[in-house]
Ligand binder design. Structure first.
Ligand code: ZN
Length: 357
């Protein structure tokens, strides 16, 4: 493709992805940077928009460029840019908050109501040749970190954020429900932060097998446990913790039985972080939350410092994201990549789309 084109992977409507030419963006804010996108991971949210056209209050009403898990190379910088230079390889934090919101001023910019987040309607995503970003939402990648690994920094930042919210540190006993990409990375970060135990619980043996590459000290298959067996599931998990309750539970599945078992497995005064999204309403053992004065923490994306810490975890080898990447596609084959993700959900963990060249 020529230098003068800006091909983009566009979700035109539900079930319809096509390559379209978009104008090459021009820098009109002196703190902005123009990037050539090199690698992008497919996220569950992209698949959701592709299949159903919406997530909660975010509804696809017009064609939108997909992608928000990207790395790239700096090709042009605005006049005031000091943090990066042309040629730098970077991970791109894909959400830019408003500096005018109270949430941003309070230090929780991830909750800013005016957040412009890539590939969340109506904001275009990063699956394009040239993309603009403010310089302070880029983290440089050392040469030892590949562009594919750089694309995995986005979901890894969710793991960093959730671990910081829970206060995981040396010796923490952790249970992770759900061994999808975010669950795996959350467990891997917990181990890197010093957790002594990281027990993964999932219903698929192949996912639990993979968890061994992501810091699992033990795993448990919960497929035989329905919602009325939540206490039994919690008991099994506690056995794997040497008869102890968990200090911290990361609920990354969104499944009722896991949410219930998570509360039951948490120690008195312990913490459960709800990372996964499932149904809007669940049957919930609220009396137990009160009775043991446990903390239940919500978790949404990532905030200041999380992206930088995620890059450091990768570059220092404390978290290895490579086993996450199971499939790779060329930019031209992006529509195929999305369809493959849907038709082979059981085998795909993270798909990377390269380029365009
Ligand atoms: Zn994502």
């Amino acid at each position: 493709m020529s230098q003068n084109s800006n091909p983009a992977i566009v979700l035109r409507k539900v079930g319809d992805i096509a390559i379209e030419q978009r104008p090459i963006p021009t820098i009109d804010d002196p703190h902005y940077v123009k990037l050539a996108i090199k690698a992008t991971g497919i996220c569950g949210s992209d698949i959701h928009y592709y299949r159903s056209g919406g997530i909660g209050k975010y509804i696809l009403k017009a064609p939108m460029v997909l992608g928000h898990e990207s790395s790239g190379q700096v090709v042009e910088v605005g006049d005031a840019v000091t943090r990066v230079k042309v040629g730098d390889r970077v991970a791109i934090e894909p959400g830019v908050p408003s500096r005018y919101s109270d949430e941003t001023k309070e230090g929780r910019y991830n909750l800013c109501p005016h957040m412009a987040f890539a590939a969340t309607p109506p904001i275009d995503g990063t699956l394009v040749k040239y993309y603009l970003s403010p310089e302070d939402f880029l983290v440089k990648l050392p040469d030892s970190v590949s562009y594919e690994e750089g694309a995995c920094v986005e979901p890894l930042s969710v793991g960093v954020h959730s671990n910081k919210l829970a206060g995981v540190c040396f010796g923490t006993r952790v249970v992770v429900f759900g061994a999808g990409p975010v669950g795996l990375l959350t467990g891997a970060v917990a181990r890197a932060f010093g957790a002594s135990d990281v027990i993964f619980v999932d219903v698929f043996d192949n996912k639990l097998q993979r968890a061994k590459d992501f810091g699992a000290t033990n795993t448990f298959n919960s497929s035989k446990f329905s919602i009325d067996k939540a206490q039994e599931l919690a008991n099994e998990v506690e056995k794997l913790l040497g008869g102890n309750h968990a200090d911290v539970v990361f609920e990354c599945s969104g499944a009722d039985v896991c949410i219930n078992a998570g509360v039951k497995a948490t120690k008195v005064g312990g913490t459960m972080v709800q990372v996964g999204m499932g149904k809007n309403y669940v049957n919930f053992p609220i009396a137990e939350v009160s009775g043991k004065e446990m903390k239940l923490i919500g978790c949404f994306r990532y905030s200041f410092g999380d992206y930088r810490d995620a890059v450091n975890l990768v570059s220092t080898g404390k978290v290895n994201v490579k086993p996450l990447i199971t499939h790779k596609f060329k930019f031209e084959d992006a529509a195929k990549a999305y369809d493959y993700n849907i038709s082979h959900g059981g085998e795909v963990v993270k798909t990377i789309i390269f380029g365009p060249e």
